[in-house]
Design a protein around this ligand. Structure first.
Ligand code: SF4
Length: 485
């Protein structure tokens, strides 16, 4: 990213008035530093990142990981992720693993195989199958009909024990174009208590440019229905950096989002990588906002949402101060996984569906990416694991450190030394040498007991984590990652 061609304002926000003096609520926008340091980097939904997963890890390694849990008592609750890959139409910015089709019968076949995989996983986890968290993502999970969703949820309840509604976190991603108010009520009855809506931008020109025309009234109706149905949390996803977006369209969208009053807001940076993601080739380069405009958009988001009372959680996420994410962050319980931030830290993640990624014990595993392979492996009574990774001690240590940085913006050095057999300053001597420039730039503070990310460093958290990523140097030449800001 080039240095921005506008003055470098420093915006300091104290989003939570109840906590105004505490460093945890501050995020400072320093355009000069962001322009200088923003570069490609992982989003650290896992460490090691998914591009380190190998095909030498397969179905049997996964079985071994689950057996390991059982040997150690299997006391941790579970988090379930189900991937529904289908979409009606394609959004041009999309980088998800999805299948665009109007042949609804495909969903029925998929559902029957998904249920088979769920049964196999339930068998493996028998006796240690208390679920605290469920997330349906895609694709478009509401591509399934009401009856199919009923069938899926009933099957899940037969297969796992679910924590009660008051304590469990059961969420679904919803495309507002695909649901009526009635459907939203049905989803609540089916057991979901959190809903996440893809909005991206309210401006009709921007919507046309990305092939996702979604009238504002439709989205507002879904939010109103979610409130009426008793969803505990309503979340909205936005994207900045889309074609035809300007500061004015962004300002108007933010005003509408704030008026809609969601509990959480995610503002993602659009990563334009047409070489990797085919649908993005339909976006005209000429329609793309310039880099400095994108930075100003980010600044605008931070200012506008901060002024509206939202706390900056980290990466792209904002939440109301009383939302469970903000509370978990203040209490040091926040966690990050493949679905983003979560309040349920100590769980094993069981993932079902094509391309889904799980994290069980000290392993990661990812399912095959095509329907053909998925069906074929399940027909052979094998879990459809395609690749994965068993973490070694160094991986686990760096994972713990990066998690803390991403979620809490600070790491307790004595706590890390207690959990792992290391002397922090010796073990990470090369990394600490690299951090010196970041210290000089005011992004981090290193004391005898704490490594702390400052308000200025928060927007560059990925860059700070990258210092501790042992594998990064080896893949510098591969343009796999989006810009960090
Ligand atoms: S953004 Fe969502 S709805 Fe659009 S194509 Fe991608 S997965 Fe489907």
């Amino acid at each position: 990213m080039h240095a921005p061609a506008f003055p470098a304002p420093v915006v300091s926000l104290h989003a939570d008035p109840a906590c105004a003096d505490h460093d945890c609520t501050r995020v400072e926008f320093d355009a000069d530093l962001i322009g200088r340091l923003g570069k490609s980097g992982p989003r650290y939904t896992s460490y090691p990142t998914a591009d380190r997963f190998g095909e030498d890890f397969g179905y049997r390694d996964y079985l071994l990981a689950v057996a390991g849990l059982r040997t150690r008592g299997g006391a941790r609750p579970l988090s379930l992720y189900l991937h529904i890959p289908f979409c009606d139409t394609v959004c041009y910015y999309c980088a998800c693993n999805k299948i665009v089709t109007r042949k609804r019968e495909k969903a029925a076949t998929y559902l029957s195989y998904l249920k088979r995989e769920i049964s196999m996983q339930a068998g493996l986890f028998a006796g240690m199958n208390e679920v605290e968290q469920l997330h349906l993502g895609g694709g478009t999970p509401t591509y399934l009909s009401d009856a199919q969703m009923d069938e899926l949820m009933a099957h899940l309840r037969r297969s796992f024990r679910f924590a009660p509604d008051e304590t469990g976190e059961y969420s679904i991603e919803v495309d507002p174009r695909t649901v009526s108010a009635e459907r939203v009520h049905t989803l609540r009855r089916q057991g979901f208590n959190r809903i996440s809506l893809g909005v991206q931008d309210f401006d009709p020109e921007v919507q046309r440019a990305v092939n996702r025309v979604q009238p504002e009234a439709e989205t507002r109706a879904v939010i109103a229905a979610a409130r009426a149905a008793g969803f505990r949390s309503v979340s909205i996803d936005l994207i900045y950096g889309l074609p035809m977006q300007t500061l004015d369209t962004m300002r108007a969208t933010l005003d509408k989002v704030v008026a809609a009053d969601p509990d959480r807001i995610a503002v993602y940076h659009y990563a334009h990588m047409p070489r990797l993601f085919k649908p993005q080739r339909r976006i005209l380069e000429a329609d793309m906002p310039a880099s400095d405009t994108k930075l100003r958009m980010l600044q605008l988001c931070i200012e506008r949402l901060g002024a509206a009372g939202y706390v900056y959680i980290g990466m792209d996420h904002f939440a109301k101060p009383r939302d469970e994410l903000a509370v978990a962050q203040r209490q040091g319980r926040l966690h990050r996984n493949f679905q983003g931030y979560s309040t349920h830290a100590d769980t094993d993640l069981v993932a079902c569906g094509v391309s889904a990624i799980g994290a069980v014990g000290a392993t990661y595993s990812q399912n095959v990416k095509t329907l053909e392979e998925y069906y074929e492996l399940l027909d052979r009574n094998e879990l459809p694991v395609a690749r994965g990774l068993s973490l070694d001690m160094d991986d686990a240590l760096r994972r713990a450190l990066i998690q803390k940085l991403m979620c809490q913006f600070e790491v307790s050095i004595p706590a890390l030394e207690l959990a792992f057999p290391i002397v922090f300053r010796d073990y990470f001597a090369p990394e600490l040498a690299q951090l010196r420039q970041m210290q000089a730039d005011g992004l981090v503070r290193l004391g005898p007991e704490w490594l702390t990310v400052t308000g200025k460093g928060r927007l560059l958290i990925r860059n700070i984590c990258m210092v501790f990523d042992r594998y990064l140097a080896a893949r510098q030449d591969r343009p796999r990652h989006s810009h960090t800001v």
